[in-house]
Design a protein around this ligand. Structure first.
Ligand code: PSV
Ligand code: MN
Length: 388
């Protein structure tokens, strides 16, 4: 049997999930970006929406920003705005995938002028971190090639190392660099940081302030992601998650929607490796709500992570260890599945009520009138959009 829920309530308090500002803007595919009434027109409105998620769940106290999408004149005003709404500004994500200069690379580019420009963009991101109080700079690189022979892959690795070194050397205090990997897209033949091993090679060469970011949508189908989680935690190099779910490629769907069991397995390894409640491991969402409502989409997402965390915490570790030591294959599997199969939803509703939160945050949002208000108020201006 799984452990009783009362044994895990204190552990659940440690859960912090960071929301991506871009989840509140419009997004879509290369075929169409649909607009939605009430969509934020600027970073202040995105943060106001993110604060609703935290207000109803107490799970999402920080918001990640993407530069230049979220660039504002006055960073301290944005920081104050967030704090007044009960949230803080989190990870700063750089963007080297939308400028025409970066067609053939950014931090790996052969042309020193373009590589300099990409490095300087990251230095500006660190200036922003100084102003927002953000700790982490997250780098995802849309760099690679489409055809065999197109590029000297080795030379690009050398330039990448040099660029990252220059960025890393600008970090101060508690600041960190987090390097995200992705198997393919937009490049289709080779990608300069395609996997956790390559990210690990680079961050290890940089030093202690550099960590790996694991985006759950960035692997080949069938990859054992929880093994990677285990290994990076074992190495002390798991800096952040970008949670989302996928059926085919990098679908950026609601976390836990495509494969709840995979999310459970990942969280089992997070807990096993000391990653839960560990400030060194950021649990961020990286999702785009193309057709579903955005604020409830984020509420659903953080609740999914909480639900799977609760189930993973219920795993009877002693029984599992005993079965593993005895090579009791079916016994160990049964213990594992017992935890996964536990319905924690009523207990979590009670957990929320004990803390003055709505038992059902989805219903509370629908009844709050917030959506109607932003739809009425946010008229005119340009809606924020992924890629805008
Ligand atoms: C790339 O696919 C990625 O996962 C990176 O984290 C980007 O910054 C993000 O998506 C933008 O949605
Ligand atoms: Mn990501």
């Amino acid at each position: 049997m799984a452990a009783p829920f009362t044994a895990i309530t204190n552990l659940l308090e440690h859960q912090r999930i960071e929301l991506p500002s871009w989840a509140f803007g419009n997004s879509g595919t290369r075929f169409r970006v649909f607009t939605t009434p009430g969509t934020p027109r600027d970073p202040f409105e995105k943060i106001a929406d993110a604060a609703q998620v935290h207000r109803l769940t107490a799970l999402a106290p920080s918001v990640a920003l993407h530069i230049p999408w979220d660039r504002v004149e006055d960073w301290s005003a944005l920081r104050r705005h967030a704090e007044e709404l009960g949230v803080s500004l989190g990870t700063i994500n750089s963007n080297t995938f939308q400028d025409a200069d970066y067609k053939f690379g950014a931090l790996t580019h052969e042309d020193d002028r373009i590589r300099r420009k990409a490095i300087d963009h990251h230095l500006e991101c660190i200036d922003i971190m100084d102003a927002t109080g953000s700790r982490d700079l997250k780098i995802w690189l849309a760099e690679g090639s489409n055809y065999p022979g197109q590029n000297d892959m080795r030379a690009r690795q050398d330039r990448l190392h040099d660029s990252l070194r220059q960025i890393y050397d600008r970090l101060t205090g508690p600041q960190r660099l987090v390097l995200e990997y992705k198997l393919f897209e937009p490049a289709f033949y080779h990608t300069d940081v395609p996997d956790w091993g390559t990210s690990y090679v680079h961050v290890s060469a940089l030093g202690e302030r550099a960590m790996v970011c694991l985006d759950t949508g960035h692997h080949a189908p069938g990859t054992n992601i929880e093994f990677i989680v285990m290994q990076l935690l074992r190495l002390g190099k798991l800096g952040a998650f970008d949670f989302n779910s996928r059926f085919y490629a990098d679908d950026d769907l609601i976390v836990g929607a495509a494969d709840p069991f995979q999310l459970f397995r990942i969280l089992v390894e997070v807990i096993r490796g000391g990653g839960l409640g560990n400030p060194d491991v950021v649990f961020m969402l990286d999702q785009c709500h193309n057709i579903e409502a955005k604020i409830p989409g984020q509420i659903r997402s953080v609740l999914n992570v909480q639900e799977m965390t609760a189930r993973a915490l219920l795993l009877d570790r002693d029984a599992l260890t005993a079965a593993q030591h005895a090579n009791d294959v079916l016994g160990a599997h049964a213990v594992f599945m017992d935890a996964f199969s536990t319905d924690v939803r009523p207990a979590l509703a009670g957990w929320r009520e004990e803390r003055g939160l709505p038992a059902d945050p989805m219903a509370a949002y629908a009844a709050s009138g917030y959506q109607e208000r932003i739809e009425a108020e946010r008229v005119g201006g340009a809606q924020a959009s992924w890629g805008a």
